[in-house]
Design a binder for this molecule. Structure first.
Ligand code: GRF
Length: 198
């Protein structure tokens, strides 16, 4: 049976678009059955709707407690019978209750070579700025399992990106994004194969 993916987003959703297309072309043996966001009005939700994929917004502030927020996320995953959650630019920490219920079935993509340049507050431009400030020779992309700590779970796939002397955070981000489009579908396939063998 085809696998059911949920992609969680907070921004532009170019990885979401890539994953949707990889599912449509058969590169990934799955369908994106749900896009979920912590905030309304973002481009990623538009992209999902354009592909007729349900796009749900679950803003934490709407719930009286962290527990109620976690429960809402769990209900959503149950409602759409989700097999694997792919975080793609989702800027919030996944509640521990959700991590525990879906251990090994939530993955994230990070625009650097973890364990370096990860953790709370290190996302988007901040990551590339820090990498360049440290005069690193290379950066890259990491896809990893999500656990109870930011950017911490075990690594599924990593690919390096060379740094050029002319690099700005924006230029580096652009090359890193291209590598994300390459390895996220590969990592998803690896995880789905592993889940099928359990
Ligand atoms: C990507 O760089 C990803 O590594 C990070 O957030 C960014 C999302 O980009 N977690 P997009 O919204 O998919 O374009």
């Amino acid at each position: 049976m085809e696998n059911r993916l949920s992609v969680w987003v907070s921004g532009s959703g170019s990885n979401l678009e890539r994953i949707i297309k990889a599912c449509q072309s058969g590169e990934i043996f799955a369908s994106v059955v749900l896009a979920a966001s912590d905030r309304p009005g973002i481009l990623a939700l538009e992209r999902a709707r354009k592909h007729s994929i349900p796009a749900e917004v679950v803003p934490p502030k709407q719930f009286g407690s962290a527990g109620a927020y976690a429960l809402a996320l769990l209900e959503l995953l149950k409602k759409y019978r989700v097999d694997l959650v792919c975080l793609a630019g989702y800027l919030r920490k996944v509640p521990d209750e959700v991590v525990r219920a879906y251990r090994g079935r939530i993955i994230n993509i990070h625009p650097a070579l973890l364990p370096k340049y990860g953790g709370k507050g290190l996302y988007g431009r901040q990551v590339h700025k820090a990498v360049l400030a440290a005069k690193e020779k290379e950066s890259g992309v990491t896809v990893h399992y999500v656990d109870e700590q930011y950017d911490h779970g075990s690594i599924i796939l990593q690919k390096k990106v060379s740094i050029l002397s002319s690099d700005t955070p924006e230029a580096l981000a652009e090359r890193v994004h291209q590598v994300e489009y390459e390895i996220y579908p590969q990592a998803i396939t690896l995880v789905l194969e592993k889940l099928a063998c359990r």
